[in-house]
Ligand binder design. Structure first.
Ligand SMILES: [Zn+2]
Length: 177
């Protein structure tokens, strides 16, 4: 049975030691409206930071809901160790009662989501009454090294492992068993 919702599901592929710390309870706060963002910012940042730009860790869960957490949180904790439709970092600018999304990336070495997971981000933001940006910034591409198994974030289309210098595959391979 195909899972509902846009895009594909990404399971956690980072170090097991990080996943094990988690008890399966999502630490991320579900965002269903701009007011949810305002509430989160008020209760999770110092007073002087409640106006201006705030960067958070985010995932889009299987149900298609946006979950946000402190930017120092692991994506796997934000998601409660569950598969996700998207993961990365998001910036909000909060002014009085208005919330604007100013930057979204798919930078998550825990889930290694492909740039195509953008559809899931757009759907989750629209569902919450928030306007998405033009696209991922940065737009990350991940590969797993076939030799040393390290997760690589591709930079400038260089297909070479930063750990062992082995050649990295052209095709996405991070979710392969
Ligand atoms: Zn390697």
């Amino acid at each position: 049975m195909a899972p509902e919702g846009p895009g594909v599901l990404y399971r956690f592929v980072g170090p097991r030691v990080i996943a094990k710390r988690d008890d399966g309870i999502a630490r991320g706060t579900p965002i269903a409206s701009p007011e949810d963002v305002l509430r989160w910012v008020t209760s999770n940042t110092e007073g002087h930071q409640s106006q201006g730009e705030v960067t958070v860790t985010f995932v889009v869960n299987e149900a298609g809901t946006l979950l946000i957490a402190d930017r120092h949180s692991e994506h796997v904790a934000c998601a409660g160790n569950q598969p996700v439709r998207a993961a990365g970092e998001m910036c909000f600018v909060v002014r009085d009662t208005s919330v604007t999304v100013t930057r979204i990336s798919n930078q998550s070495t825990g889930y290694c989501p492909e740039p195509e997971c953008w559809v899931g981000v757009v759907a989750a933001l629209r569902e919450a009454g928030l306007e998405p940006t033009e696209g991922f910034d940065p737009r990350c591409e991940f590969r797993r090294c076939p030799e040393c198994r390290a997760i690589n974030l591709l930079k400038h289309d260089v297909f070479e492992c930063v750990i062992c210098s082995a050649e990295l595959p052209r095709e996405y391979n991070c979710q392969a068993p």
